[in-house]
Design a protein around this ligand. Sequence first.
Ligand SMILES: *Cc1c(COP(=O)(O)O)cnc(C)c1O
Length: 375
Amino acid sequence: MRFEELPTPCYVVDEKLLENNLKILNGVMERTGAKIVLAQKAFSMFKLYPLLAKYLNGTTASGLYEARLGYEEMGKENHVFSPAYRDDEMDEIVLICDHIIFNSFSQLEKFKDKVLKAGKKVGLRINPECSTQDGHAIYDPCSPGSRLGVTVDQFRPELLEGVSGLHFHTLCQQNADDLETTLHAVEENFGQWLPQMEWINFGGGHHITREDYDIPLLEKCIKRMQDTYGLEVYLEPGEAVALNAGYLVTTVLDTIKNGIDIAILDTSATCHMPDVLEMPYRPPLFESGEPGEKPYTYRLGGPTCLAGDIIGDYSFDQPLKPCDRLIFGDMAIYTMVKNTTFNGMPLPTIAIKKKDGDCEIIRQFGYEDFKMRLS
Ligand SMILES: *Cc1c(COP(=O)(O)O)cnc(C)c1O
């Protein structure tokens, strides 16, 4: 099927762009010996896991279901972190995961023996209390009062027996300079316990596949932890794996005026690209400009009842009209994994753009997908 023939709304992941990202990540792995696993919460399009498996060491999960998906569909190293595990899921988790990372010493004490008995690795998430991002408190695990990771004043070294690694995750869309800053805080607070560990996990939030990312500095950070403490280094990016590797194709349904020109699309910010509202950010849109840059400016919105279901203001060379197709960029990550059927909105079709340009529909959704979750 040609790209132009795909039904809308449709998430399209571009295999070639995805593989370009994977090659960049694999380069870091090859040059440093670090291990990189996919954080599935950003991108769980498991149809493409065989491609990812060629380049990455495995998967990480935010809980049992993602862990099971990684186990079933990737089948490589499988890690999991959760702020708190349930008693009734631990048997399955120790069966399918290789690294089980705990958020507190109480959880560690509760489950450690079970993990070790299963022959799996126990990790502990630490909070280096080093905020390197400003503005996005909801994305900052180091913000005051954060529930994510053990702070140094709660650290109980007498309970470290059996713990083979420390994990931190404090970054979000950041460059290697912030990683370097964070590592200094990790060493300052927790450095005395690093020599007794086997591994350290740098978490995600490393925007490694972004053009301006400082890969040599990342590699320097990795090597320093390897050389200073004899640690195996793990990274678990989500965004960087599929950054800019997908589109959301949508159709204009109507245009209206209310002081400004408005276009209603068959895709919704709140249902299909919720980070546009949560983050918030302005998604790239092909063949458009900033408001006023091109002759025709429109506010693009979704068909839900939410007044704030607005994707943003964009300008075009020609007036928009019903049936025009628009293509948003960078729509592979934090989209499919977060979408909803609020207002009874249909879920977008999922497709792959293959290397030869041909497009294949992987899955389509209908009324039953909306209904079945409601009773
Ligand atoms: C979100 C998250 C990741 C991935 O973060 P990205 O920003 O998508 O790279 C990795 N590890 C943990 C613990 C996370 O919560």
